[in-house]
Design a binder for this molecule. Sequence first.
Ligand code: CO
Length: 460
Amino acid sequence: MPTVQITETVLRDANQSLIATRLPYADFSAALEKLDAAGYYSLECWGGATFDSCLRYLGEDPWERLRRIRKACPNTKLQMLLRGQNLLGYKHYPDDVVRLFVKKSIENGIDIIRIFDALNDLRNIETAVDETLKNGAHASGTICFTTSPVHTLDAFAALAKDLKSMGCQSICIKDMAGIMGPQEAYDLVAAIKSKVDLPLVVHTHATTGLGFMTLLKSVEAGADVIDTAISCFSGGTSQVATETMVYALKQLGYTVDIDEKKLKKINDFFKPVVAKFLADGTLNPTVMQTKTDALVYQIPGGMLSNLVAQLTAQKKLDKLDEVLAETPKVRADLGYPPLVTPMSQMVGVQAATNVLVGERYKNVSKEIQSYIRGEYGKAPGPIDPELQKKVLGDTQPVTCRYADLLEPGFEAAKKELGSRAESEEDVLSYIAFPQQAEAYFDARDAKKKNTFTYSIEKVG
Ligand code: CO
């Protein structure tokens, strides 16, 4: 029977999905040795929202966190999630910044970079992939899963082929909304596996309850690696439980080189951590529930709750059904973008606006306008010509890779920061999240001053 490997997400996606990425280093540092010994394919521990959260909420230097994890986990591959040309944010960064960010991520300890673009526009990931390869790390080319008339099995398999031609060493199917069903997963994995001989990774969420079945069918179709989270950090908006998948796969005869006793130790370690976040309200127990509305409406759970919140705030919750009916129409008009951040918010807001104003596209949001101008990349399918004309008028959309229009950014940012930056990593933190990085630098300076005064007093 084939071997199945596991990527453990507790430090990144599980942390991000259940407790809004509020896990401080101190809360998991003593688990690193255990995580390193379990036999995981990789430990997803950086990127995504962890970087922002370190600076914004935790008073931590994200680079320092990475170096510490690296030091404590010499035997396991460390993995990060990167949004292609958007790095860890929502706008396009110039190539020099993307290259240095990737280079420094690898220098500080990352082995595998999972690189994706929300529109599956591969031009938005090529620089990051190229730089990953140049620095001897593993580029995992990622396909965002969605369903639409233009997202056929053939189209996905062709994407996977293109990722391989770019040099990616594995392919990841990323179902960020947890709406990929077991049959869809089986067919998609089989279609990609039949065309591309690279290790295939499947990422999904437990939100709708499909997760275990989806991963099992993925493995049956030939998936090599699956993403799971240690059980006390699993379920709901997080991944499915590591121990459960390992148990089932071993029972079915698959080779899984994971030590269950070590998994138990990891889970025992994290139980009180979860309890603490439950007690202080950071972890809302409802996010761990199975939520099936996404299956009825075919839109991600997070997007649904955003729509409800938006309509409630405007005292228009009675319009929800109309907005839900409008949402797929807006998505179709825009050429079926995958409903992932930031597209899910953009499509949702536009659908609500169309309904509340009482006339479709009377107001078109700024973000949707730039999407139609091609500033996010190429739409998966054709954009409705009338809507396009309305937004563009006589101007032409951008058809080149948007980052080609951007001036280099690193040197300018370095100058701006001056002596406040202690390293190139500091400059990159500042470029990614200027206000949060500056606040962090201030706190760091203040801390140093205090320690300095303290030591003088002590000596004196
Ligand atoms: Co995810």
